[in-house]
Design a protein around this ligand. Structure first.
Ligand code: HSE
Length: 316
């Protein structure tokens, strides 16, 4: 136990899939994120999650329906702390159904704050399965490609889900991403439902080859190879129909000098990898213009790929 009555953590937004790594690749974005304050003052197992922030009114406050509440419960159960009923206050800053890892940021901040409050009995890596339970309640699938980078920061590769085997990849410092969030909501559950269940052997071979060459390209700073590797045969062909303006947005990104461009997570946000911050700024404007042609307003974010993960921002 720590002497603190309350601990607040911040967890960043994330980009999952990264085109050629459906469910197995993701990276953190510097800037946008959710905040969760955990306190040991509550003694009521059913006390609701206190919600604030621009999107707080859009999510359930019941603990068993709230991603932060579910992740906290999973942590307490696994560590034999079921007698504790911490108070949870979530400042929901990330838009829902955005493809920017909104639910993951809430779960990640919650388990990170709780671990700190309890005197850090677990490593950050050991928190990932609990945050994944938050994803399960939010979108019906306990994928780790948002929660792992949200917690660890930087770029992660999930080699295996069972057992969980997560590898942190250091990216070249000059690599930046542009992320553009058009103002429509797309639920991950819906974006997963439209995926094909049967993938041809030819597509499996192409996707695996691209994922492997993407990793080689990162380690060798070979940006032509990185761009050639950024193709998604699993999700993008199905999901673009859900994202008005996607084709123009992607073409504009490539015309403006992006290395590659694709759907961020399950969309509707679009991301592009770029060789510098200044290129990423120009690319973000190009993507935004593509969405404008579809009469969609959007927000833009630019971040280095080696962005920090979840951190403690306040203790009382
Ligand atoms: N890999 C997940 C998906 C990420 O694409 O469904 C969701 O943010």
């Amino acid at each position: 136990m720590t002497p603190f009555k309350s601990v607040t953590a911040f967890a960043p937004a994330t980009v999952a899939n990264v085109s050629c790594g459906f469910d197995i690749m993701g990276f953190a974005i510097k800037g946008p994120g959710d905040k969760v304050a955990l306190s040991l003052q509550s003694d009521n197992a059913d006390s609701p999650v206190t919600l604030s922030g621009p999107y707080g009114h859009l999510i359930p406050s019941e603990r068993l329906k709230n991603t932060a509440g579910v992740a906290v419960n999973a942590f307490l159960k696994a560590t034999g702390n079921v007698q504790l009923h911490p108070g949870i206050a979530l400042e929901k800053n990330l838009p829902l159904g955005s493809g920017m890892g909104s639910s993951a940021a809430s779960s990640a901040a919650a388990v990170f704050a709780l671990n700190h409050l309890l005197g850090s009995p677990l490593s950050t890596r050991e928190l990932i399965p609990f945050a994944m339970e938050g994803e399960r309640i939010a979108c019906g699938s306990a994928h780790a490609d948002n929660v792992a980078p949200a917690l660890l920061g930087g770029f992660v590769l999930i080699r295996s889900y069972s057992p969980l085997d997560i590898i942190s990849i250091t990216c070249p410092d000059e690599l930046f991403c542009a992320v553009v969030h058009p103002h429509i909501e797309l639920q991950t559950t819906d974006a997963r439902r439209i995926l094909k269940n049967d993938i041809s052997m030819a597509d499996v071979i192409k996707q695996s080859a691209n994922a492997a060459s993407f990793m080689v390209a990162l380690s060798q700073k070979d940006y032509d190879l990185l761009g050639r590797s950024m193709h998604d045969l699993l999700a993008e062909p199905r999901r673009t129909q859900l994202i008005p303006g996607f084709d123009s947005a992607k073409q504009n990104a490539l015309n403006a000098g992006a290395i590659g461009c694709g759907i961020s997570g399950s969309g509707p946000s679009v991301f592009a990898l770029c060789r510098s911050e200044s290129t990423a700024n120009i690319v973000a404007k190009g993507i935004q213009q593509g969405f404008l042609e579809a009469e969609l307003a959007s927000d833009t974010f630019v971040s280095p790929l080696n962005a920090p993960g979840t951190c403690i921002i306040k203790t009382n």
